[in-house]
Design a protein around this ligand. Structure first.
Ligand code: COI
Length: 354
């Protein structure tokens, strides 16, 4: 199989590492020295390459640009307590990339090709993994159609790539969010569970309207009744209500988040009751009014665990109680940080060392 060919590597002769201000990292602005790329042609993945990060040429008729056959992942590598580097749950991202690929009529990728590409890229750019608390190396695997053809049909050729960025916190303060009850992110049977580019582009306009009103993100509700929580911006949403950890059940319209899954596992490990079910916007607001909504937060790879301070609902803003040191969101953040940096026991074998 072509998959297991060694990766042709062209190291940079002009590292940009020294030009990056690691004390003031902004999400997604600094890119590490190298990128991984492999093309799918004639029904198979070709020889993979690692080359200096940089622009590339595409046909103006590229079908990803016209019809949106483009998918991506977001994952992270962490500086380890003992000086090494480790990836957090990379196989979960690999599996989700393939599930997105199937939904978008794109070829899947083998575990070997994905993991070899990641490992080699990270070995070459290991010095880019930041070590300050809260920072990490964000990894962006993605795939797009490369046919120069504007007939509407799945492309016959594709490129899979990975680049990385040293990042700090995505949100630096608790969020103001509001329930969205007009626009829809995704409907049951749609492609909301896939990480395809169009889901994000289509969310920008309603999100911008909310941002113009002073909110950071939306909490999307279901497409048919606008009653049930879907997800929040680029994150899954979790609530602590009446002592239980409650989150919308997965469906074809919700992203199966790796952080969501990890937080729910840690909640169960802590002995908490976890409910994955329909969560009504009215239920959340009633719980808040009755003093039973203890916490609400978003969870995602980029956002990590992002506490929600205020929820807008039907034209009014409601503040959540201020959380204490024992809040679940704080305890689970600390537990995840300990696993990710190698300071805590990794009982679920989530970390993969480079
Ligand atoms: C991630 O959390 O990795 C995401 O995909 C969000 C991103 C669009 C910033």
């Amino acid at each position: 199989m072509i998959d297991i060919l060694p990766i042709r590597t062209q190291p940079t002769t002009a590292s940009r590492l020294a030009s990056v201000d690691f004390d003031h990292l902004e999400f997604g602005k600094a890119f590490s020295d190298h990128m991984f790329a492999v093309d799918f042609v004639n029904g198979e993945w070709q020889e993979a390459q690692i080359v200096p990060y940089g622009d590339m040429a595409v046909s103006p008729a590229n079908s990803a640009l016209h019809y949106g056959q483009a998918i991506f992942e977001g994952m992270k590598a962490y500086h380890q307590h003992d000086g090494g580097v480790a990836l957090f749950r990379p196989l979960d991202n690999w599996a989700r990339l393939n599930s997105s690929a199937e939904r978008m009529c794109m070829p899947t990728i083998s575990e070997e090709l994905f993991m070899n590409g990641l490992r080699e890229l990270l070995k070459l750019d290991a010095a880019w993994v930041p070590s300050a608390p809260g920072s990490s190396l964000y990894i962006r695997p993605f795939m797009f159609a490369t046919d120069g053809f504007i007939g509407v049909r799945p492309s016959e050729t594709y490129r899979f790539m990975i680049f990385t960025c040293p990042v700090g916190l995505y949100f630096n303060k608790p969020l103001r969010v509001r329930f969205e009850q007009k626009y829809v992110r995704s409907a049951e049977g749609g492609a909301g569970y896939a990480k395809n580019a169009g889901n994000y582009g289509a969310a920008m306009y309603p999100t911008k309207l909310a941002q113009n009103e002073g909110y950071n993100q939306l909490i999307w509700t279901d497409a048919s009744q606008h009653q049930y929580v879907e997800e929040s911006g680029t994150m899954n949403a979790i609530f602590v209500m009446d002592g239980k950890v409650v989150t919308p059940a997965l469906s074809t319209s919700i992203l199966d988040g790796v952080t969501r899954r990890s937080v729910l596992q840690l909640a169960r490990d802590m002995g908490l009751t976890v409910e994955e079910r329909k969560v009504g916007s009215r239920e959340v607001m009633d719980a808040l009014a009755a003093g039973k909504l203890e916490e609400a937060f978003g969870v995602g790879t980029a956002a990590t665990i992002a506490p929600i301070a205020t929820i807008g609902y039907e034209g009014h803003d409601y503040d959540l109680p201020v959380t204490g040191a024992q809040a679940f969101s704080k305890r689970v953040t600390a537990a995840l940080d300990a696993i990710r940096t190698g300071e805590g026991a990794d009982v679920h074998n989530w970390m993969v060392r480079i």
